[in-house]
Design a protein around this ligand. Sequence first.
Ligand SMILES: [Zn+2]
Length: 494
Amino acid sequence: MVEAIRGRYVLIGDNKGSMIKDGAVVFDGGTILDVGSFSEMEHIYHPEKIYGSTDHVVLPGLVNAHQHGSGIDMVRVGATDGPLEPWIINGWYHPDGRNVPIFYENTLLAGLKMLKSGVTTTVHHYYGSEAHSENYLETMDVCLQAYRDLGMRVAFAPVIRDIHQFAYMDDDAFISRLPTYAVDSLRKLGKIPVQYPTATQYFGAFDKLRSQYKDDKIRFLYGPAGPQWCSTQLLEEINERSNQEGIGIHMHVLESPVQRKYGDREYPGGLIGYLEGLGLLDKRLTLAHAVQLTREEIKKLAMAGCQVSHNPSSNLRLFNGVAPLRDMLEEGLSVGMGTDNSCPDEDMFREMSLCSLLHRPQRIDASQIPSSVILNMNVANGAKIAQFEGVIGPIEAGKKADLILLNFSKIERPFIGPDADVLTIILALATKSDVDTVFVDGNPIVEQGSSTRVDEDKLFQDIRQKYQLKGDTSEAKRLRQAITGELIRLYKSW
Ligand SMILES: [Zn+2]
C-alpha cells in the first residue's frame, strides 16, 4: 500500500541541508519511493494514507551511535557523577547498581526513551553479565527482545574485557595497595580472585547469538571495552575475526585524561599508535568518545576511514571534557552522536542542541557548527556506525521509511520570522516533547508521543517492583571508598 508522510517542511538530513517546503515522503512496504513537493507526490502516487500535515516537520529517524541500554540513570541509585575511573567503581560496586537482573526492562526503558525522542536506530554496547557467566546468552537475548518489542533497529556490540579490573595496571599489583578490610570484602563479594571470560567463551556466545538473530533490523559488532581493558592477544583475535567476517568493531577509546596518560606512558605512539600497530585502524572501527585525541591522531583516524561516536553529555558528566569536534570535522573524520545513557531522558534533540552549543570558539569571527552538519552527522554517520549505511540515513528513494514527524506548530508558537532557518530553530528549541509520530519501516511505532507497542505504565511498575532498592550497606560503601581513594592516589602520581 502506498502511503505518504507530509510536512510543512521535509528536512532531508543530507550534507547540503536540503529542505522541501510543503513536502511529502512517499513509501510502499516500508521502503521510500520518492520525496518531493506534496502536490506532486499526491498527483503521481495517489497515496492511500497520508500522515502529518502542514503543522508538522518531517525528519529522518535519528541514530544513537553509542549507549549501553541503561534506561535507569545511575544517579537514581546514588552513583553521583564524577571522574570516569572512580565513577565506574561506584556504579559496579553499588549494591543497587548494575547487578540487578532487569536486563530486559532496563533496555526496554532506554529504548522507549530513545524512540520517543525520534531515535529509530541505536548501537547497544552491551555490558551486563559477562561471557563466562551462566546467563550470558540469556541476558543478551532479552535485550535484543526489548528492541524487537519496541520495533527499533539495533547494532548489538557485546562487551569483552580481560585485563585491568580496577585500575590501568595489573590486578594483583593494585589489590596489594588496598587495605586488608577492602581485600576481605572483595573476596567475600567474589570479586577476587578476578575472573575474566576467555576469547573462546566470547566468540562462542557471539556466534550463537548471530545465528539466532537473522533479522534485518539487527546487526552485530564486536565490542571490546577499550584498549586499556583488553589484552593485546584478545584485540588481535578480534581484529582477525572482524577482518575475516567483515564485522565492525565498537570500542571506547581515549575517553578520559587518565586514559591519555596511561596510553602515553605505556606505548611510544600512545593508544592510537598502539591500535594502528595492531592493524585496527580502518573503516571497521568506531571509537566511542575519543575526547583526548591530538590533531595528528585525528588526521590519522580520518585517513584510515575510522568513525567516532561523539557523546557530549557523557563527556561532561564524567569530567572528561569536550571532544575536539571542530578539528575532527575539519580533517574529514566521520563523526556520529551517542548519548551513552547520560543525556537527560535520552532526548536526542537535547543532545544535538548541546553538541551545537559546546563547540563555539571564543573568537569574534566564529560561528556555530551549521545545524545541517549536526543533523547529517547524526543520521548519515550514525547509520554507518550502526552498520545500516545505505539502508537508513538522509531521506531518499530506496531507503527504509524510518521517519519522524515533529509537531512544528508547537515549536513555532507564537511565531517565527521569515528569515529564521527551520532546522536551526529545531536544534535550538525542540525537545522530545515535540516528537509526534515515529516510523520504522513505514510503521508508526510512536503516535502522539507514545509507543504503540509498549505499555509505559506497566514497564514503570515492573521496574519499581523488580528493582527493590536495598539502600547502601556500610561495608560496600567502605569498599568503594577504599578502591576509589586508592585509584585517585595512583592516577595523581602519574
Ligand atoms: Zn560508553
